[in-house]
Design a protein. Structure first.
Length: 273
């Protein structure tokens, strides 16, 4: 073990030889199983919700949380920290990888993974570029543009169109939410996922989002947030974080309960009691 740490030049991260399995039922129609490396450091036990009846009228609206543009139902969280090989008094972790599995709901129905990807990106871009400015950073990009317009108007010599555009692009890159125009399609355990990346230059983090359809309006997300110390971004642990994402996704399985008739019967019996 010590030799392995020395060769990697860091401690911690996902240990794929130490797996913990959890399961959840989604509306009594799907069984979600997550077989993932044990959290590092260990996660304290908590009461686990077994079933998520997301198709019940208004259930999603009455139970969702919101961070920025994302309205979601939290299901599962795992995290893995990375530390220097030798700890010193003034250093903390090098960074951490966090996985949050959540439920989302679209504004309009879709019929395929490709349509899901297009719909998610449209909702993302429309939210931050909304002409209506509100809570949770709604219309934040519009607000930045308005501030630049106002600043230009206050100047003795207003910005030229070219200077104004340069200001907008600079502020958008540093403090806004740049438009996301691309997603990729993947398959893990016979599940079709789309993946896109959120990256803001003023944050020392990356966010990789995987999403798969449950029905025409609801989808499951696997959100990977990678917080890092930018001065260490060329070290082996940084590369290993990216390499760990695919095997972690392989630990997520989603099966329809109609194909597991006995288990569905037991699940219905437990709800009746």
């Amino acid at each position: 073990m010590l030799l392995k740490k020395i060769l990697r030049n860091y401690r911690g991260g996902p240990d794929f030889k130490n797996i913990q399995e959890d399961y959840y039922y989604l509306d009594g129609e799907f069984k979600l199983t997550v077989a993932l490396p044990v959290c590092n450091p260990l996660k304290p036990p908590r009461t686990k919700i077994i079933n998520y009846p997301y198709t019940e009228p208004n259930w999603f609206e009455n139970h969702h949380s919101q961070i920025r543009h994302s309205k979601y139902i939290p299901i599962h969280e795992s995290y893995w920290f990375y530390w220097p090989l030798f700890r010193t008094p003034m250093t903390g972790e090098l960074g951490n990888l966090r996985l949050n599995i959540t439920l989302g709901k679209l504004l309009s129905p879709v019929a395929s993974s490709e349509e899901l990807g297009l719909a998610i990106l449209k909702e993302y871009n429309d939210y931050y570029n909304s002409p209506s400015i509100g809570k949770y950073f709604k219309g934040h990009n519009t607000e930045l543009v308005n501030e630049i317009e106002a600043h230009s108007a206050r100047r003795a010599t207003p910005f030229s169109d070219e200077e104004k555009q340069e200001q907008i692009e600079s502020h958008m890159f540093n403090a806004g939410f740049p438009e996301i125009s691309q997603f990729n399609e993947y398959k893990f355990n016979n599940i079709e996922w789309i993946k896109y990346t959120e990256l803001r230059s003023n944050e020392t983090k990356k966010k990789y989002v995987f999403a798969t359809l449950l029905d025409k309006k609801h989808y499951l997300m696997a959100n990977f947030t990678f917080d890092l110390n930018m001065s260490h971004n060329d070290k082996p642990w940084y590369k290993d974080v990216n390499a760990a994402i695919a095997p972690i996704m392989e630990g997520i399985t989603l099966k329809q309960l109609e194909n597991i008739s006995e288990e569905k019967k037991l699940l219905n019996d437990s709800f009746d009691n």
